[in-house]
Design a protein. Structure first.
Length: 403
């Protein structure tokens, strides 16, 4: 959609100059002709490019907005409202420009006869592949409102898990940031003043002060080189992480970190089994269910290990045995899947396993924070003690130098 400004005259001879949103200038002409207007000029309105247009891969709709949209759409479907009318109402309530634009073009696609899933598939920055697959299965089975509610619950739980991880990193980040800020101020303003005083009295600085002063001087004199080197390292790390080999190495290393590795592993397992449960309850075919769940895992080592499960399952081995053979899942998950296969209650067992590992991730996150906090206090205490000695020791040294 683009914005056009037109100049036209109505039947009474009044001059009209207004802006209108349309897909092309031909659409604007047809719209004005239908209103009985005499067209004088139509021009595309020049606008500065938005952040979304400049950096399309970085601008996405917030998960909370997609969750709200999903819940509201489920309500409209349940009461029997037409999809196009529901989309029009939700478009007016959308908070972000990307969401409004996506819903606007989806309304056009639906009016032209496209299915809801295919119109959503055109907007991967708004609707994930899992979301589109769920909607596609709902269109076949006819239970769109149930699937939308399941998807909202799934996304809400997934976003809740991410929020817990982010909140766990807030305290360490603030403490480390404050410590680095204090050191920067001392190195930049306090220690150079001490250095000048020691130079005037021809006295030697204490060792802690000398270490901090030397480090500060080096950083000031080589600041461009330091930032350039750090930038090169970060750029190289990002470029390597975006390669297939880099993702595999980094994901494998992440799973083997002390404390955090277990949390990441359990979070991956919880996401995988919950995705399977949601897809199974929505009636997605088995082959599509496995492919979508494997994509949603988000860890290269698990994706590699799960690649063989699909073929083994289709060859008639069931689900639990091939999954056990990967060596990536605990015995509890395998047992619950095996019982679910035997009783025909797989989706409920998967949901129960996902709930167990969600609680396990929450517990281990709290325990890790409980261990990190005293470690950070000790580290900051050592840092503050070293800084205090670096600042106080030269005062005594100067007093002795004066006497």
């Amino acid at each position: 959609m683009s914005t056009y400004r037109y100049v036209a005259y109505d039947s009474a001879g009044r001059r009209l100059s207004r802006a209108v949103t349309a897909q092309s200038d031909d659409q604007v002409k047809r719209m004005l002709w239908d209103q009985g207007l005499h067209i004088v000029d139509i021009r595309a309105r020049l606008r500065w490019p938005t952040l979304e247009q400049l950096f399309p891969s970085f601008i996405r709709v917030r998960p909370s907005e997609v969750i709200l949209f999903t819940r509201q759409l489920a309500t409209f479907v349940r009461v029997g409202a037409p999809i196009v009318e529901a989309m029009s109402v939700l478009r007016e309530q959308a908070g972000s420009s990307l969401m409004r634009r996506a819903l606007g073009e989806m309304i056009v696609d639906l009016g032209n006869g496209s299915s809801l899933s295919s119109s959503m598939a055109r907007w991967p920055r708004v609707f994930s592949a899992l979301y589109v697959d769920m909607i596609r299965s709902a269109e076949v089975s006819g239970n769109l409102d149930d699937v939308l509610r399941q998807m909202a619950v799934y996304m809400d739980r997934d976003e809740g898990a991410k929020r817990k991880v982010r909140s766990a990193m807030v305290y360490p980040t603030i403490v480390i940031g404050l410590a680095l800020g204090v050191i920067s101020v001392l190195i930049t303003f306090v220690l150079p003043a001490f250095a000048r005083l020691f130079g005037e009295f021809r006295a030697s600085m204490p060792l802690p002060t000398l270490i901090l002063f030397t480090a500060g001087t080096f950083c000031r004199e080589h600041l461009p080189e330091i930032f350039g080197g750090l930038g090169a390292v970060v750029a190289a790390a990002v470029a390597y992480a975006n390669t297939r080999t880099g993702r595999e190495v980094m994901d494998a290393a992440l799973l083997r970190l002390p404390m955090l590795g277990v949390i990441v592993r359990y979070a991956v397992i919880e996401r995988y089994v919950r995705t399977l449960a949601t897809l199974a309850r929505a009636g997605v075919p088995v082959t599509k269910m496995l492919d979508t769940a494997m994509t949603a895992v988000g860890n290269a080592e698990y994706r590699t290990g799960l690649a063989s499960v699909r073929e083994d399952m289709l060859s008639g081995e069931g689900f639990a045995t091939p999954l056990e053979r990967t060596g990536l899942f605990p015995r509890l998950v395998i047992s619950m899947i095996r019982v679910g296969e035997e009783t025909g209650n797989l989706d409920a067992n998967l949901e129960e396993a996902a709930g167990h590992y969600a609680e396990e991730v929450d517990y281990r996150l709290k325990r890790m924070i409980a261990l990190i906090e005293p470690a950070l206090v000790i580290a900051v205490g050592v840092m503050v003690g070293f800084i205090a000695i670096s600042v106080i020791a030269p005062m005594y040294a100067l007093v002795h130098a004066i006497h």
